[in-house]
Design a protein around this ligand. Structure first.
Ligand code: ZN
Length: 302
């Protein structure tokens, strides 16, 4: 959103320019204190010559020095793209479609464009992993969680530190008790306790997946191992169930002083994955929880 100034607006130094978030008074402090009338209207900062607007910032005599000159040149460069209107009031212009009014479609397309730019640095494997998550059978909130997790955008202690929400002298270590900083890779794969959980799940399913990978690759390998037994969507939701239950387990320990009960965590993974399977398939659940609990690979064909 950009601001379209009117000639009678408040000082040109006091409004936000396109692509220039803070008010100009904060960005050009030397210039602001040197203009003849810092609170003057836009009309006092220029004039029309043959109907074309020309900016002319009036500086007090005898005060021009190098910093002021530099700030003035910088401001004039920005102002080249700004022309006050004499016949319309101040208004905001939605810059994506160049007219008044917000359009969801334009915003969506812009986000996609930005996404494409970002995706150039997103590894191909991670893109495939995210695609799996979006198509898997699980509640939307879990999809959102898994998507954020794969993009390292969940509030682990590492992320909170990175965003200055917690400080280095605060506890940044793994909530499950390791003397290691808690990031996504540690919390869901490298942590000794999480490995115990994964190994329990592997034993339950009768598979093994390497740990020496990142989370996205782990999901791909996990699905690869299971895809001859069940639809890919079901395998991906099973993987997400482990991560979702681990995250809830970690939060319960941190915020509710819950017990660090790994057996209970494994049990919840089995329960949630069964529930999501039942809901996602949009059919009556044919296999009982007992069958799922005891013979998951046979039940997966159901
Ligand atoms: Zn740990």
């Amino acid at each position: 959103m950009i601001e379209q100034p009117h000639e009678a607006s408040n000082s040109i130094l006091d409004f936000d320019f396109p692509n220039f978030p803070p008010a100009a008074v904060n960005v050009f402090p030397n210039l602001f204190s040197s203009v003849q009338c810092p609170d003057g209207s836009v009309a006092m900062m220029g004039g029309r010559i043959d109907s074309a607007w020309q900016w002319n910032i009036p500086i007090r005599e005898g005060v021009v020095n190098v910093p002021i000159q530099q700030e003035l040149e910088e401001l004039q460069t920005i102002l080249r793209e700004v022309e006050p209107k004499a016949d319309v009031n101040d208004m905001f212009v939605w810059s994506l479609n160049g007219c008044e009014g917000y359009e969801v479609k334009k915003y969506y397309l812009k986000l996609q464009e930005l996404g494409d730019e970002n995706s150039q640095i997103l590894l191909e494997e991670n893109r495939s992993a995210i695609q799996l998550i979006w198509n898997a059978w699980m509640p939307s909130k879990v999809k959102l969680f898994a998507w954020r997790m794969l993009k390292d955008r969940i509030p682990t202690r590492m992320q909170l530190l990175h965003r200055n929400i917690i400080e280095e002298n605060e506890d940044c270590c793994c909530v499950l008790g390791c003397p290691v900083i808690e990031d996504v890779q540690h919390l869901f794969l490298d942590c000794g306790k999480m490995r115990t959980v994964w190994i329990n799940i592997y034993q339950w399913l009768g598979i093994h997946v390497d740990f020496i990978v990142d989370c996205g690759n782990h999901l791909l390998k996990f699905v690869e191992k299971l895809k001859r037994f069940c639809p890919v969507k079901r395998a991906a939701s099973l993987w997400a169930a482990v991560c979702w239950c681990a995250w809830k387990h970690r939060n319960a320990i941190l915020f509710e002083n819950a017990m660090d009960d790994l057996e209970d965590l494994v049990h919840k993974v089995k329960m949630y994955s069964w529930l999501w399977m039942a809901i996602g398939s949009r059919k009556r659940v044919i296999c009982s929880f007992y069958d799922w609990y005891n013979y998951p690979l046979i039940s997966m064909f159901v």
